[in-house]
Write a protein of this length. Structure first.
Length: 298
């Protein structure tokens, strides 16, 4: 069986000066890699130059196993007692008070919002996706690893370029109170919208727990989020006039009507950050960004 992988270059940090990489599998995003790790992988698996250029390539199951083996060799872990024969492995550079916050949330099955970022500087990257859900554990051969169990995503078929199955990933761009409202309106439990698996938790600079109401369980001593203060953002509203036609059931008469639609553009620091079709969508997105960046929270 073949696995299709591709390399994505990611820019983050203030001014987007830092570079990181992620290796995706079969159309899905994957774990983060540093430049020296990517170079070691290319040499180990003898991957073609096209891989560095972002093109998709196929690797065998044996190569895939070597890829994960190499990835694990870069990380040294802190082992946390789990009350059974397998301990929980957290990255060695993860602060003890952060691990404590994550473990408390895991044991209480709390809904969490994780602010990912640089654990050395405390700078948050401002990501919204793969930041909300519950803490779970993967069952590794030697250790168990903490996972973020986030929202369900539809299955993607690369050959037909179609998706199938339930997807609640749109909730990632909503404030947790809006997520709670959505769950209540649809008579859902949190577990109804979460996936069965997740991504290993790595670079976290803040942890919030709760859904309707949240509290900060951990915050990096020098945390710095993106600036979504009123002085640094601007909203542009564009009103579009759209002509529509309707047909009468009685005499097949075609009538022309005109309606107005508004589009919302969010600018942060003078640059376009996002575009939205409705005011509610825009408001929830802005509140979600303020939440992930701890705007107004001490």
């Amino acid at each position: 069986m073949k696995t299709v992988i591709n390399l994505n270059k990611n820019y983050f940090g203030e001014g987007h000066h830092h570079v990181g990489y992620s290796i995706g599998e079969n159309g899905y995003s994957g774990s983060g890699w540093k430049e020296n790790q990517v170079n070691a992988l290319i040499e180990k698996l003898n991957l073609p130059k096209e891989f560095l250029d972002g093109e998709k390539i196929e690797i065998s199951e044996e190569q895939r196993a070597e890829m994960f083996k190499l990835k694990s060799s870069f990380v040294v872990y802190k082992l946390i007692d789990n009350g059974n024969d397998k301990k929980i492995a957290y990255p060695e550079d993860m602060p003890d008070d952060l691990i404590s916050a994550l473990e408390t949330a895991r044991k209480n099955k709390s809904f969490v919002t994780l602010s990912n970022g640089d654990m050395q500087t405390g700078e948050a990257w401002g990501d919204l996706f793969d930041t909300k859900g519950r803490i779970g554990l993967s069952r590794g051969r030697d250790y168990m690893f903490p996972l973020l169990i986030s929202f369900k995503r539809a299955d993607y078929d690369e050959e037909t370029d179609t998706e199938s199955g339930e997807s609640y990933d749109f909730l990632s761009e909503m404030h947790t109170s809006d997520i709670a409202k959505y769950l209540k309106e649809n008579d859902f439990e949190v577990s109804d919208v979460l996936s069965c698996g997740g991504d290993i938790i790595g670079s976290v600079v803040a942890v919030q727990v709760g859904l309707t109401k949240t509290k900060v369980a951990y915050k990096h001593p020098t945390f710095k989020g993106k600036d979504f203060s009123p002085k640094n953002i601007k909203v542009e509203v564009e009103t579009l006039t759209i002509e529509c036609k309707t047909t009468s059931d009685k005499n097949d008469e075609v009538k022309t009507c005109v309606k107005e639609e508004k589009k919302f553009t969010l600018l942060v620091g003078g640059e376009v950050y996002s575009r939205h079709n409705t005011k509610d969508e825009f408001d929830s997105f802005l509140r979600a960004n303020r939440q992930i960046n701890l705007c107004g929270k001490e």
